[in-house]
Design a protein around this ligand. Sequence first.
Ligand code: AMO
Length: 456
Amino acid sequence: MVRLAGWITRRRDHGKLVFLDLRDASGMVQVTCHATTTKDAWTTAQEVRPEYVLRVEGKVAARPKAMVNPKLPTGEIEILATRIEILSPAAELPFPLEETAKVGEEIRLRYRYLDLRSSRMQRNIKTRDRFLTQLRRELHACGFVEIETPILTRSTPEGARDYLVPSRQRPGSFYALPQSPQQYKQLLMVAGFERYFQLARCFRDEDLRADRQPEFTQLDIEMSFVTQEDILSLTERVLYRACKAQKWQLPKPPWPRLSYATVMKRYGTEQPDLRKEKKKPYPLEPLFITDFPLFEGKEGKYWQPSHHMFTAPRPEDIPLLKTNPSKVRSLQHDLVINGVEVGGGSVRIAEAGLQREIFQLVGISAREAEEKFGHLLRAFTFGVPPHGGIALGIERLLQLGLGEKSIREVIAFPKNHIGVDPMMGTPAPVNPQQLRELGLRLASFRKVRNKKKKPR
Ligand code: AMO
């Protein structure tokens, strides 16, 4: 006798014979109820509808030859039910659970817990778990330590707007959610950990796209006493192994490394898709890009960093900082797969004087530098190892590996294209008492909106 419990995917009624496809997290099995031999079970089966939760008792039997389903791992057997108990009925579903890719996204997100029942989403979320586990395993095997860094922190500039959290104890002051753990991981190098990683949650308030979410996960890495080449070869080794463990096909390392100048000349974009130029491309075609210009260009009086302002210039280009900053190349590196930027990082500035010079060029005054980054500059005076690292976008990697159109398909509870979670109703107003405690008063949004509409 076996006892199974799960959801009903399908019920097929052949009169005296009812078939139920019973599904749980481990798979699917056919349950058969006979009107004559197992009358009780058959009677209960009459009531059963899709997505009811049942407990079934019965015997495992070989299916008659003609009924074998070679597509199902359990396709050679069936459960002859002796007893069926309805644990929970289910209302009619808002959409069918097969082929959810064709269902409107808004309704899928509103009923995400149902959407996640589909076999595709179960596969995606379980693959995410296995991929992260494998990455952790590979990095631990290379001597890395996983260290969590604060979510309530101070702004680290990564080029997006911050999400702010008002402080109750210090009215008028705000925490910022981290756009990345950039400063912490550098400080962990000063702290002597040498090899850090974190599956880090990052938060960026920016316009959303198919490959951008307001919160996402990075595999964040930092290493001491390394060259840029050490960082790239560690990254490709770890990523190659973790991808192969998911049976994703990609070329063996070393992967191509091209300079920014070469890539722009050859492809006219900083995110080329190498599959286009290959006769027999792999499903995933990675490429490292190096030697970016340190600055993207000038905005007014000040230079805009291409990556972030902690990126080191190439040592031979440092004199150009004083004479021709636009010609300075950096020790930044990007990882691009199939035309998608999946990672970025750099060797860092590890010297307070040089860091101050860069702050000045990007328009951060000495006072502001002290106020916002004094901790980092001070840390650099206590013995700092040369260091550098990279961060890989976990969702983008999964999206590519799984062949999905959007990173929302590899996140259990994503936000929609305007940053809303229609299931929880996030973001939402809070009650006036909470605002009072925080010392906040809202401007009237209606007024603000009306003002904007007024003709000038
Ligand atoms: P960067 O800003 O390049 O570098 O981010 C690293 C990688 O994170 C992914 N990513 C995103 N994924 C989903 N949604 C987003 N909104 C989003 N933004 C970025 C991308 C990107 O390549 N601190 C540096 C890393 C370093 O210097 O070590 C950083 O965050 O795949």
